[in-house]
Design a protein around this ligand. Structure first.
Ligand code: SAJ
Length: 416
């Protein structure tokens, strides 16, 4: 049923990934007709069959419901709508420059469909100034929109960054506060009206450029703080001090809250977004750059610890527990655990036992001779060295007696 309380009757969501699909489903559930659009035909097929192609808490049931009642349909082509929400990836290229090609492709696709009064929202994380540049590009493709007054008059445009945590996406999409960065004030007002149909958190209005930098700053803040914890773990290792005890004691101070060290920072957000700030202000980002390089050096640091332990053994059997970039998800993108396992797999004298309860097959980068995809119990039985790379729930339940005769490399502080 189409909601009677909203001025928006239809939304076209571009990019049906970790953000686009839950966002599309949530709006569809609120009673707005949603047309999802993704370049990947198999993604489209799976969604139209009523399933989610990604693993996320409670998403399967939601997709089943909104596709069954026709409120969400997926296609490889965009459809005309009142609102266009852009949720495509914005990675960086090899030289750490932002790659906005997916965003520009979507703009090419939707530009002919946009009509006077439509709202365009960029949810993808983007470098400062991108929303303005996208509007300029749109107006080059559609001079009629420029002649009719451009952004804020002929059409509306805003950057409304997503801020949700994988594993809690459906909860956080509704509960988190939202930054609404309008190209103009009427643009921000219009975008707020849209989000207020599903968001229970507060919507804070600002300019598109401030919203862009705010989103990048959130992730850079976390990156810098994790880098501090990681640097401490290297220092503590050198001084033979237990970093977990150290941090827990330091955190007893009322104004200290050190994050958790780990095998590095993965995923497609925190490990990427700080580079967008560096690109915008290369000379002024010394701390942000250093944090990135500390976090990027952690997988190699873990590999060296495992190599040192393996030197004592004739034919080392190494269990790599976890491949995902963090606990209880199936996402292997930029995963430090995967990078560590790949590096170990390059050594022919090792037998590598890879355990990842959230996936069904090994990724292609690990499909070579000395890596075996196996169960947790099998790996624990056979391994000489157990490297805990991800703190998945299943690993938290391991009976400590099973580890007594093993060399343990615990990168997550589970067995400290
Ligand atoms: N990590 C640590 N130590 C910690 C916390 C995290 O090593 O104390 C590692 C994780 O293991 C993982 C990486 O950092 O490899 C990133 O994990 P995360 O849980 O910190 O963040 P993401 O990438 O899942 O989601 C982040 C969130 N941003 C912030 O918390 C500021 C999320 O709210 C954003 O929506 C998301 O990025 C995004 O899409 O930008």
């Amino acid at each position: 049923m189409i909601s009677e309380t909203t001025e928006f009757k239809s939304i076209c969501v571009a990019g049906l990934g970790y953000i686009g699909l839950p966002t599309a489903a949530l709006f569809a559930k609120s009673g707005i007709q949603v047309f999802g659009y993704d370049v990947n035909p198999s993604t489209v097929e799976i969604i139209n069959n009523g399933q989610a192609h990604i693993k996320e808490v409670d998403l399967d049931g939601l997709i089943q419901g909104v596709t069954a009642n026709g409120m969400l349909t997926a296609s490889t082509k965009p459809s005309k709508a009142d609102v266009y929400i852009l949720c495509v990836p914005t990675p960086f290229s090899d030289n750490q420059k932002p790659d906005l090609s997916f965003l520009e492709q979507v703009l090419d696709d939707i530009a002919p469909l946009i009509k006077v009064g439509d709202l365009i929202i960029i949810e993808s994380t983007v470098p400062p100034g991108t929303t303005r540049n996208i509007c300029t590009l749109l107006e080059e493709k559609r001079p009629d929109l420029k002649e009719a007054g451009g952004a804020g008059t002929a059409y509306y445009a805003a950057h409304c960054p997503e801020r949700v945590l994988p594993g809690r996406i459906l909860i956080e999409l509704v509960q988190n506060d939202r930054i609404i960065g309008g190209m103009t004030e009427p643009c921000a007002d219009k975008a707020r009206n849209l989000y207020e149909t599903v968001v229970r958190g507060e919507c804070f209005l600002t300019t598109s450029q401030t919203a862009e930098l705010a989103k990048l700053s959130e992730n850079a803040f976390r990156d810098v703080n994790i880098a501090f914890a990681n640097e401490l773990s290297v220092i503590a290792g050198k001084l033979d001090i237990d970093v977990w005890e150290l941090i827990s004691l330091a955190n007893k101070h009322p104004r200290v809250n050190i994050l958790n060290p780990g095998p590095g920072v993965g995923g497609h957000c925190i490990a990427v977004d700080p580079w967008f700030i560096v690109d915008a202000a290369p000379e002024e980002t010394k701390l942000i750059k250093t944090a990135r390089s500390i976090n990027d050096s952690m997988p190699q640091n873990v590999v060296e610890r495992i190599q040192t332990a393996a030197e004592k053994l004739k034919t080392p059997k190494i269990a790599c527990l976890g491949l995902a970039f963090k606990a209880d998800i199936d996402d292997l993108r930029s995963s430090p655990a995967l990078e560590i396992t790949e590096k170990l797999a390059c050594n022919d004298s090792y037998e590598v036992l890879a355990v990842e309860p959230n996936i069904k097959h090994l990724p292609s980068s690990l499909q070579n001779g000395n890596v075996e995809f196996t169960s947790l119990q099998d790996a624990l039985k056979r391994a000489d060295i157990v490297a805990l790379l991800v703190d998945h729930t299943q690993f938290k339940r391991i009976n400590r007696k099973q580890l007594l005769d093993k060399i343990i490399i615990d990168t997550r502080g589970l067995w400290s």
